[in-house]
Design a binder for this molecule. Structure first.
Ligand SMILES: CSC[C@H]1O[C@H](OP(=O)(O)O)[C@H](O)[C@@H]1O
Length: 359
């Protein structure tokens, strides 16, 4: 199965090439495929804020390379005070988006590497190696989670299933071929999934623009539906799993994910459909006790009122939270690269996080 999954890796959200971070501009997919070259941490910070690159793991990977770019510029400009000069860059990077913990996890990971750089020594070789390791271990986590999640589906039913997914959790959101969408890909290859229902995921349309593009390129049967059609679909009865990603999972198993996930979790429980959350352990924040502590990002009204830059609604006040929190008791299973947790609780999450990390 591993070889089949590796063969399914066709799309990349980002690439570290010749000392620059190249980002596939997800704002213009699927109609245009254009890459943006980032030579500075400020450019990466702006790209994360503007959602050129998005998706919790991909944000963390981009942030890791932003630290490399910041160190390179500061070390060149101020060889005797580059460490303190970098602080401003790291604070700007940390302020780019508030909800996905992967951003902060990656910055702290890179800070720990910085602390090991001897005085009067270039930080670049160690930092670049650490950023590449973060990138490669996320890809490896995708491969592991895909197989673990597929086995969870197989455990519950051998016959091919219809599943529903929300937002984009594929290659465009990660360093590999996906978290939740990676499980969907593996389950399809194993003959356990034969149709994917894709929420369009307003207002940014990660589902209809990104997930549909990824699954179409895999030739996996799918249909896109309006987010408001999900209840009707779940009541119809041929969907057995809702499979989603996460941006931050707290110590008790509460899950912050794209807006609309919470209502899906309530609908799934009401209609006896299982909810699977798939996320690498870099998305788990054991420092936060419950989802009530998670900062929920709110974005501009423009993202509600325009599509592809064209105004489609009246200019009136708007409320545009782009994440919500699903309580742990509505989650049937969390799949990570460290293992699987059924009916998550604080004790089970603590046990999971005591298992060895990939790197
Ligand atoms: C593989 S995690 C992807 C996760 O990130 C998305 O948010 P955004 O597109 O705003 O970065 C969404 O919550 C996905 O579940």
């Amino acid at each position: 199965m591993r070889e089949q999954l590796i063969a399914a890796e066709r799309i990349k959200a980002l690439e570290w090439k010749e000392g620059a971070l190249w980002l596939l501009d997800q704002r213009v997919l699927p109609l245009n495929e254009s890459w943006i070259e980032c030579q500075t941490s400020v450019q990466v910070t702006q790209a994360i804020s503007d959602m050129v690159v998005r998706g919790a793991p991909a944000i963390g990977i981009a942030a890791a390379f932003a630290v490399v770019l910041a160190a390179r510029q500061r070390y060149q400009d101020e060889p005797h005070s580059w460490r303190s000069a970098m602080e401003e860059d790291l604070q700007q990077l940390a302020a780019s988006r508030p909800t996905a913990v992967n951003l902060f996890w990656a910055i702290e990971r890179m800070r720990s590497v910085l602390a090991k750089v001897p005085a009067q020594t270039s930080p670049l070789p160690l930092l670049e190696q650490a950023a590449l390791e973060i990138y490669h271990s996320d890809r490896e986590a995708n491969l592991i989670m895909a197989q673990l999640g597929m086995e969870v589906i197989r455990h519950h039913c051998e016959a091919p299933q219809h599943v529903l997914t929300h937002c984009n959790t594929g290659a465009l959101a990660t360093g590999g071929f996906g978290t939740a969408l990676g499980v969907v890909r593996a389950a399809y290859l194993a003959g356990l999934v034969n149709h994917v229902h894709v929420d369009e995921t307003r207002p940014w349309l990660q589902g209809s623009r990104l997930t549909a593009w990824e699954l179409a390129s895999d030739k996996i049967p799918l249909t896109v539906n309006a987010d408001s059609a999900a209840a009707h679909l779940l009541r119809e009865g041929d969907i057995t799993w809702v499979i989603v990603g996460a941006d931050r999972i707290t110590a008790n198993g509460d899950v912050a994910n794209k807006i609309g996930t919470y209502q899906l979790s309530v609908l799934a429980r009401y209609h006896d459909v299982r909810l699977m959350v798939v996320a690498p352990s870099s998305t788990i924040d054991m420092q936060l006790q419950t989802g009530a502590d998670i900062v929920i990002e709110e974005r501009t009204a423009d993202e509600l009122f325009t599509v592809a830059g064209v105004q489609i609604a009246a200019s009136v006040p708007a409320f545009n939270p782009v994440f919500d929190v699903t309580p742990a008791h509505l989650v049937d299973v969390i799949v990570t690269e460290r293992g699987v947790v059924e009916q998550p609780t604080l004790e089970k999450m603590q046990q999971l996080m005591s298992h060895a990390a990939l790197h």
